[in-house]
Write a new protein. Structure first.
Length: 191
């Protein structure tokens, strides 16, 4: 079983990467294969709403990094999405990826349905819940199973390094607990 973690931050060594890596490390320790995908340095164009994916079973846009990442999403059994929160929402590059993935998947036999996954959002003070909800809605419309944790998978970090992810013990424990629950669910589903 393989889980991919997609981190939406464009910053090197970002706080979002720390939380997503924490979850992936826990999954690896529980016997699942894991891979981190950073959107940093990737070009993801917005969905054009052209509906060519209905007939082609793939996105018509070919001049960016979408196809490779979407292929990894299809091949994975589990997907974790991590996004920083700047304006009470998921960052644009993540939303561009998710909009296009939804269109291609939805119109082509729900290609992502049946997988297991969940969101992680990271903010300095506020906005987590709105962004977390955006990601949950993406998982739900695509038919993925979302395990819970001991709290919402949100991290407190930012403010120019004044609060970094490594110091957020509760947030890191929450994503660790989420990863344990995710592994448990995946082993039940895929056994």
């Amino acid at each position: 079983m393989k889980v991919i973690g997609i981190a939406g931050s464009l910053r090197p060594d970002s706080n979002t990467l720390v939380y997503v890596k924490t979850a992936l490390d826990e999954l690896s320790g529980l016997g699942l294969e894991s891979e981190l995908i950073s959107l940093r340095g990737k070009k993801i164009n917005n969905c054009l709403g052209c509906y060519q994916c209905v007939e082609r079973a793939e996105c018509a846009q070919e001049e960016d990094d979408f196809a490779g990442i979407f292929g990894q999403m299809q091949a994975a059994d589990g997907i974790i999405l991590g996004s920083p929160v700047y304006l009470s929402s998921v960052v644009p590059q993540m939303m561009a990826l998710l909009a296009r993935a939804t269109f291609v998947s939805y119109w082509n036999d729900k290609l992502l349905a049946g997988k297991v996954g969940g969101p992680i959002t990271v903010a300095r003070r506020a906005g987590h819940n709105l962004a977390f909800s955006q990601l949950l809605l993406w998982f739900f419309i695509n038919g993925l199973t979302v395990p819970g944790s001991t709290y919402w998978n949100v991290g407190l970090a930012g403010a120019g390094g004044a609060r970094d992810a490594a110091g957020d013990e509760e947030g890191l424990q929450t994503v660790t607990n989420f990863a344990r629950n995710m592994a448990h669910v995946m082993k039940k589903i895929y056994a």
